[in-house]
Design a protein around this ligand. Sequence first.
Ligand code: HMG
Ligand code: MG
Length: 316
Amino acid sequence: MDLPTTVTVYEVGARDGFQNLARFIPTATKVDFIDALSDAGLPAVEVTSFVSPKWVPQLSDAHEVMSRIHRLDGIRYPVLVPNEIGLDNALRAGVEEIALFTAASETFNRRNINATIAESVELFRSVARRARQRGLRIRGYVSTAFGCPYQGDVRIEDVVRVVDELFELGCMEVSVGDTIGVADPAQVGELIDRLGRRFDLSAIALHLHDTYGRGLANVLAGLQGGVTIFDSSAGGLGGCPYARGASGNLATEDLVAMLHRLDIHTGVDLERLIQASVQLSETIGLSLPSRALAALRARRRRVPVTPMRPVPPTAA
Ligand code: HMG
Ligand code: MG
């Protein structure tokens, strides 16, 4: 197989994962988790969102989290910003990278940020200009790129148009999201092929969810198409508050375990990543869906395998 030799794993657990939890996670727990993810060698750790606390109460401590984490050299710590207020607050917290987010489907965007796609892009124009003037890096997100919970199918042309608009705004990287986890490998291959004809694929990220268990199959399709940036969340934390049925994001442990098995370099220390997820899971009392996390934890604990017993013949 012709696959890339190095992949960037972009960690979204502390933002995309936490935003879905109803019970408020204490700020100190969030900070410890983010620091542990940095220590595990993840090259990009999305920290939080500077969004309205009325819309996403879980991330109402964005300023405090951003100020308290221990930032390591060479690691990106982006935050989501929906508008000018968000940018002001992010600047006050000393962020160096923001992520602007819109969608490929109108209904989803309306429910997510209360704006049409065109309105959101228009609103981002001044946010992006100001961010660039302040020397910030900008990432873009296109949600519902493979399907929408309200509208169903999404046209590839609509995805390409929004990706184009985000690059026009000055985004250095655009992440296309399977927000509800409905994509299949053929669809991923087709979208990447179309994006690759127009954009440099080294600036395109895939943001996959594992709702139907197709996350890793879709990663492989992305790798084969030439994508080298993948979003994922530690332990598989996540979903989307405005996308019912969107179960976990692709788990970082599953992604990293597969990439390493394929001899693809990530720079991530899988053992330390597992420790970060286990620590979080025990602190907040939440079981995490990652398959690799469960398998590697069991191996570490040397969980005994129950011997098979012959099944007694049933009476005829
Ligand atoms: P709105 O209600 O239309 O905004 O919300 P507004 O301008 O009318 O403001 C309403 C109130 O919020 C005002 O306060 C503003 O000051 C305040 P009030 O006068 O009522 O006291 N406000 C803010 N406060 C703090 N920070 C701000 C801010 N903006 C306004 N930035 C808005 C519009 C965009 C603010 C709202 O819809 C919002 O915050 N939405 C966030 C939604 C969100 O975070 N969704 C999840 C992230 S997207 C995602 O998960 C998908 C992704 O992972 C990719 C994938 O999975 O595919 C990226
Ligand atoms: Mg997501």
